[in-house]
Design a protein around this ligand. Structure first.
Ligand code: CA
Length: 239
């Protein structure tokens, strides 16, 4: 008889999470970044030197690269230059440079080589995550309207919501939570991911705030709210 293999929760297998390539040779720093990325719901890959970075990049092109400049062997500048060569798959991939070299010249060199943004070490992981989200947002194609069940329509460009043809008044946080759901119907979101999806980045909001927003959203959307609680994990929309 075939053994049934227990399936991990959907939140752990969802393939629609952005892949982040972390290029960092300091093990502690790399571990901290990878932990933060995992916690925020990103997929990640790690390279400890420049050549490994390029190999990983071309094997599975990431949505964004966190790139240390001072690397053994091939430097971060060289990695960046290679990625930016025309015709390369990395031609347009956002790159966030992590540098201990805080001098203005080095930062300008980074931009000259094609970096999109930089943070200087020592950095707060929260700041890195905020910059990363901003880069991902900027690299996304223009948004179109999102549709849910029972005539729910969100227009992210205008920040307007309609339910059954009627204007639906939502707070900024409620709007962004709902938009996250509508972009990935049926996907399970952990509370922390839903917090990270919000653009009011400085908020130290607790996961419990997500629960409060969800309560409000269900009330506003009515009986067909379609927001399902996934116990011990988070929430899911529709299906
Ligand atoms: Ca380094």
């Amino acid at each position: 008889m075939a053994m049934s293999i227990p399936k991990p929760p959907a939140a752990l297998t969802a393939n629609d999470r952005p892949l982040v390539l972390v290029v960092e040779d300091e093990p502690d720093l790399a571990d901290a970044l990878l932990g933060y990325l995992r916690h925020a719901g990103y997929r990640s890959a790690h390279a400890a030197d420049g050549l490994a970075a390029l190999r990983l990049f071309y094997a599975d092109p990431p949505a964004v690269v966190l790139l240390d400049l001072m690397l053994p062997g091939l430097s971060g500048f060289e990695v960046l230059r290679t990625l930016r060569q025309s015709g390369s798959a990395g031609h347009k991939t956002p790159v966030l440079v992590l540098t201990a070299r805080a001098s203005e010249g080095d930062v300008l060199d980074g931009f000259a080589y094609g970096a999109d943004d930089y943070v200087t070490k020592p950095f707060r992981p929260r700041e890195v995550m905020a910059r990363l989200r901003a880069l991902l947002r900027r690299s996304q194609p223009p948004q179109t309207c999102l549709e849910g069940v029972a005539g729910l329509v969100l227009d992210p460009a205008r920040h307007q919501a309609h339910l059954g043809g009627q204007v639906l008044e939502l707070t900024k946080s409620e709007f962004e939570l709902l938009a996250s759901f509508l972009r990935a119907p049926g996907r399970v979101f952990r509370r922390q991911e839903l917090l990270d999806a919000r653009s009011d980045l400085d908020s130290d909001a607790l996961e419990r705030t997500v629960d409060a927003h969800i309560r409000n959203l269900r009330r506003k959307l009515g009986a067909n709210h379609a927001i399902e609680t996934v116990y011990g994990v988070g929430y899911r929309y529709g299906e």
